[in-house]
Design a protein around this ligand. Sequence first.
Ligand code: ZN
Length: 429
Amino acid sequence: MRFELLHPADQLVMMMNRIYYRGMTTTSGGNLSIRDENGDIWITPSGIDKGMLRRDDIMQVKPDGTIIGRHKPSSEYPFHQSVFRRRPDLKAVLHAHSPALVAFSIVRMLPEINLIPTIQLVCGEITIAPYALPGSQLLGENIAAEFDRGHSVVVLENHGVVIGASDIFKAFMAFETLESGALLHLNALKLGALRPLTPVQIENSRKKNIANFPEFLPESHSSEENALRRDLVKFIHRSYEQELFTSTQGTYSARLEDGSFIITPYGLDRMYLDIEDLVLIRGGKREQGKNPSRSALLHSEIYRQHPEIKSVLVAHPPHMMAFAVTRTVFDPRTIPESYILLRETSRVPFGASFLEPQKTATLLSARTPAIICENDCVIVTGASLLNAFDRLEVGEFTAKSILASRELGDIVHISPQEIQDIDVAFKLN
Ligand SMILES: [Zn+2]
């Protein structure tokens, strides 16, 4: 979807809906604004239900101060205005009180942004601004001072977060990435000491899988391919809804009978992805004019080595990833379902998935259908789209239950004898 072609009021309604229904703001907290080409500021109204927002609820403030619309602009309008005044490069401001970031805000701490490379890549350096009364000029000054220093992501003490960007979707992307990073930090603390990446490791990750697949123009599209596109799109949307993917993170692919495969594109919003956005990779070439996800080389290597694998998922779900950023081993012998789907999950050091895709792919087998890549991602495979999705979902649920059990006591794992019985009963060997 060409988001920039939507009217500012429609962009704001769409984004506020997305933030609210993803549990990242309450109905009374949070506000969004866009500055258009004329210098008009479009902003969400004060005191209107965020779950029911409509286009004609959005308020417009002209550069001369004239207010147009049927409500009052958000009571936080002063700090939106001060951010726009100090930073001509910014066209959108997002403010919210999301649960994980507020946890940091109320202990006046910042989340660790070097647990996985994506957070810093999307958000840049983050900072924290001193507390001041909501709606006050002082709050505006405190926030503007941080934006003046060049920061675009500012946590507010005992309040929430303010993010500025060149458009509202980019602001949302940074917000979603940071909230998910904050949740990852909180989850990982339940398992042990955090192991953040070094600056050199972060730098190396920027070279990640820049495989230069040459282009080709497909002459036709088979019914098999079109069916797979249709099903893949449904599973991608579902992965986003189930919070296994974020808007631009999460790679899904599926193999066709002739060995070619279809994969998610790089950088496009997973929520609105459609059949024509997916990229066909055939004979080492990519469909003309499209960019596959950066892990396409790894997917290609997995399919080459394992004819039985029909679908591959690479994702960063915030509970399973807690194991990837600490030294804690992910042991799915918790309930039979977890063991049956995940068996003996392998673990590789940071960089293995993109520096050594061939070697990483050799680790997969019926006994090892998933790999945890330290500080990077989770790789999950399956005999079908549904099987791979099921495995990732079970992995994230398993991780959630292990994290929750920490408060209760030590886990009693299913014993080796009981595991053998499961192997026999479910024909796993
Ligand atoms: Zn607020």
